[in-house]
Design a protein around this ligand. Structure first.
Ligand code: C2O
Ligand code: CU
Length: 543
């Protein structure tokens, strides 16, 4: 139908990092994968071929796919995986998004290397709500293990404990010159004094929130998650897994080399600053003797919750006449989702590496999500019983301080199930994510497919349903698809359920997703024909 068409061949390709070579899954041999360039409102077709030995699915993170969940991609939620040798033509329907989004594998842990940026330009006849930058670059933060990622994944499943920490963090696929055998290939951004650059940042790391900074330069945030923001100028930005942030960088310093650097926030095992700092270099044009080493920016300490929260809670929607916002005011559905890391009994033997020989798990309202064997979308569409149930419990009926220091240990254990929530078409939702201190609190970047939502409030400690709503921002709350819920704190989001379909919701920290910090919303069809989901394409991968 004359739509722009792209080919994604998923295949194993040898890549060398940190002095050793391994095969990784790539798209078209590239790592990071190819950037897709579209305009607001475009529909494209991506023909995905699986030439790897693993099942694969591809997800278009932040693309709402109005009424078309069929090519959203999460395995066993909207499709069964594409088997080795199989293929699937995915229609990707852009609607209101504008800015940077990304695509990634949504099966097992393949997204470690199967990911790339999506650039959504304004549609013809409109322009950026800020002066046009001279040049633009994707900046993709990632994570690298020397071992094959599937080995890391299976080992975690087998031991029931934490996964092995990655061996390096990456900027555009490179660990940077503080790591062994990496100096040659350190990512370099060549700039000219006086020009403005837009960095389209994606945090594609698997397990960690990241801090990012450039020595001596400010960064001005102008968009996040494919929505424009009020300009926010900072020395350091925080970006959570799944999130995208567009920043403007003015090359206004003396011509020299400057480090841009990124390191983790809230590492699982408290690794130190030095071996988690990845670097890239800003190189000014001109004749000068470069500082050696380049100036390093100051980054917060790895567990600086306050720095992370300070940044995240400062984002505001642009909310201009040209980019108006519509925060739902009358709310039909109010939910509180307690999100916890928990334990499950060790089924294999007594040597699981979780606390007291248990297996680590994670949950939403004490339900640890289990992938069904056929996808929820087809089960829903074809009315196949026994695949999932609409019984996600409400906020646990006991009342206590979820973020207290010493929670009773019976709370550690969770239940397993495939529980979803039904929503009526066009109903309005207020969802409060409540972090808990069960086992230990951490930040959880919660992500919803098929929607952007308004982040109307957040804070540390327990959500107070009487007092906290009085402080909501209904004027210019940020419009996100992923939001980091503060450590031992809460975040309130609102959206209108106007996109029928099956939409996954999960923590974007990969181990938490695997452990079950997930659920799905099934948004029912409305009455009118244009309120219903489209029929499935003929080439859905078979279950
Ligand atoms: Cu970026 Cu469900 O994913
Ligand atoms: Cu999490």
């Amino acid at each position: 139908y004359g739509l722009a068409r792209y080919t994604f061949v998923v295949e194993e390709t040898p890549y060398t990092r940190l002095c050793s070579t391994k095969n990784i899954l790539t798209v078209n041999g590239q790592f990071p994968g190819p950037t897709l360039y579209v305009h607001k409102g475009d529909t494209i077709i991506v023909d995905v071929y699986n030439k790897a030995n693993y099942n694969i699915t591809i997800h278009w993170h932040g693309v709402k796919q109005p009424r078309y969940p069929w090519s959203d991609g999460p395995e066993y939620i909207t499709q069964c995986p594409i088997r080795p040798g199989g293929n699937f033509s995915q229609k990707v329907i852009f609607s209101t998004e504008e800015g940077t989004l990304w695509w990634h594998a949504h099966s097992d842990w393949s997204r470690a290397t199967v990911h790339g940026a999506i650039v959504v330009y304004p549609n013809n006849g409109s322009s950026y709500p800020f002066p046009k930058p001279d040049e633009e670059f994707p900046i993709i933060l990632g994570e690298w293990w020397k071992a094959p990622i599937m080995e890391v994944y299976y080992q975690m499943l087998q031991t029931g404990g934490d996964p092995n920490i990655s061996d390096a963090y990456l900027i555009n696929g490179q660990p940077g010159d503080l790591y062994p055998c990496s100096k040659q290939d350190t990512f370099k951004l060549k700039v000219e004094k006086g020009r403005t650059y837009m960095l389209r940042m994606v945090n594609a790391a698997m397990q960690e929130l990241m801090f990012f900074s450039i020595a001596k330069h400010n960064l001005t945030v102008v968009a996040s998650d494919g929505s424009y923001t009020k300009p926010l100028t900072r020395e350091i930005i925080t970006i959570s897994p799944g999130q995208t942030i567009d920043v403007l960088l003015v090359a206004n310093q003396e011509p020299d080399n400057y480090y841009m650097a990124s390191h983790v926030y809230a590492s699982a095992s408290g690794v130190t600053f030095d071996n988690t700092t990845t670097t890239a270099i800003i190189e000014y044009a001109g004749n000068y003797t470069p500082s050696s080493p380049p100036l390093l920016p100051l980054l917060p300490y790895y567990n600086d919750t306050a720095a992370s929260y300070n940044f995240t809670s400062s984002l505001r929607s642009l909310a201009s006449a040209e980019h108006p916002i519509k925060v739902p005011r009358d709310i039909t559905n109010k939910f509180i989702f307690a999100i916890s890391v928990n334990t499950l009994p060790c089924e294999v033997n007594n040597t699981c590496q979780g606390p007291n020989g248990s297996r680590l798990a994670a949950s939403v309202n004490n339900e640890s999500f289990v992938n069904p064997s056929i996808d929820i979308l087809e089960a829903y569409y074809y009315r196949i019983n026994g695949v999932f149930s609409n019984r996600l419990p409400n906020f646990p009926p006991y009342i206590f301080n979820f973020t207290a220091d010493n929670l009773p240990s019976y709370l550690d254990t969770t239940k397993r199930g495939t529980e979803v929530k039904f929503l009526k078409f066009n109903s309005t939702v207020e969802l409060v994510f409540q972090g808990t201190n069960i086992l230990a609190g951490t930040e959880h970047p919660m992500h919803l497919h098929g929607y952007s939502f308004y982040v109307v409030g957040s804070g540390f400690g327990n959500y107070d349903p009487q007092k906290d709503p009085m402080k909501y921002n209904l004027v210019d709350p940020p419009h996100q698809n992923t939001i980091a819920v503060p450590k031992n704190g809460w975040t309130a989001i609102r959206f209108r359920a106007n996109n029928p379909g099956v939409w996954f919701m999960h923590c974007h920290i990969e181990r938490h997703l695997t452990w079950g910090m997930d659920t799905a919303f099934i948004v029912l069809n409305g009455k009118l024909p244009d309120n219903k989901i489209w029929p499935p394409p003929p080439d859905m991968p078979p279950c």
